[in-house]
Design a protein around this ligand. Structure first.
Ligand SMILES: NC(=O)c1ccc[n+]([C@@H]2O[C@H](COP(=O)([O-])OP(=O)(O)OC[C@H]3O[C@@H](n4cnc5c(N)ncnc54)[C@H](OP(=O)(O)O)[C@@H]3O)[C@@H](O)[C@H]2O)c1
Length: 231
């Protein structure tokens, strides 16, 4: 069993809540973060209620204001809308010591009133690289989960089927995330290369949104073929 404790910053929202649900189901201790401690506690109670009566005992689930949540975890997943990313990272960076930070941000134009199938330009090249500039150099950072449907995550009756492209400049940081991804059935972590590969991975989300709309589904995901069976 993993020794990690995961904080979901923005865990009251769609992706963070879905990840909290699936990791808690796998027995990982979870801390949900929010700008409002009360909202975080409500989301934590919702996770526990959703898993009550399930086959396996869920890990502990608690809720705190974002900075307090980050301080209590060993892995900090940031899942907030792009326009909020900088402010949220600044609000938690004082709490970061040896935690692994996982950025999930996609700079969708929809977050500023644009089309959901378009991306905003980011000066640094990607939201992940913006995160790198905002965090202390010594904080390990990877980018992942951009191409995973939050709706699929939240539907526990729905088997997941998606590759998780993990970008980062620190191999050890990526390898630390891999076993956590594998704890969620149906997800396969893949090393997608350096953090700058997020420039390619983040826009794939806009493509998946377009496919969802065209085929009238909500769970479009990504599978890479031709890799070794142990990838
Ligand atoms: N949804 C998906 O299927 C999906 C899939 C892959 C990647 N992503 C990416 O993951 C990130 C989170 O997506 P999401 O769909 O979970 O977002 P969301 O539900 O809209 O928001 C997530 C949380 O962010 C917090 N937040 C902090 N500052 C905010 C602000 N200024 N305005 C609004 N919310 C703010 C809110 O929590 P509090 O109000 O409690 O602080 C909110 O519950 C995004 O960057 C998105 O592109 C999403």
């Amino acid at each position: 069993m993993s020794q990690e404790r995961i904080a979901l910053i923005g865990g009251t929202g769609d992706l963070g809540y879905g990840l909290a649900l699936r990791w808690a189901q796998a027995g990982i201790p979870i801390v949900i973060g929010s700008r409002d401690a009360g909202r975080a506690q409500e989301a934590a109670a919702k996770v526990k209620a959703a898993l009550a009566g399930g086959a396996a005992a869920p890990g502990s689930v608690e809720g705190f204001e974002n900075a307090a949540a980050a301080a209590q975890a060993s892995v900090v997943v940031v899942s907030v809308p792009f326009p909020a990313q900088a402010a949220i990272l600044k609000s938690i960076r004082g709490s970061l010591k040896n935690q692994l930070v996982v950025d999930t941000t996609v700079p969708l134009a929809a977050t500023v009133g644009g089309k959901p199938t378009r991306l905003l330009g980011v000066w640094e090249g990607s939201a992940a690289e913006q995160a790198r500039e905002l965090l202390p150099h010594e904080v390990p950072l990877v980018a992942a989960f951009h191409n995973l449907s939050a709706e699929a995550l939240q539907d526990l009756s729905h088997p997941l089927d998606c590759d998780i492209l993990v970008c980062g400049d620190d191999r050890a940081a990526k390898e630390r995330l891999f076993p956590l991804v594998k704890l969620i059935p149906g997800l396969r972590p893949l090393d997608a290369g350096p953090l700058e590969m997020a420039r390619i991975v983040e826009p794939i989300t806009a493509l998946l949104i377009s496919l969802n709309r065209r085929y009238k589904v909500h769970h479009a995901g990504l599978r890479i073929t031709g890799l070794p069976p142990d990838a």
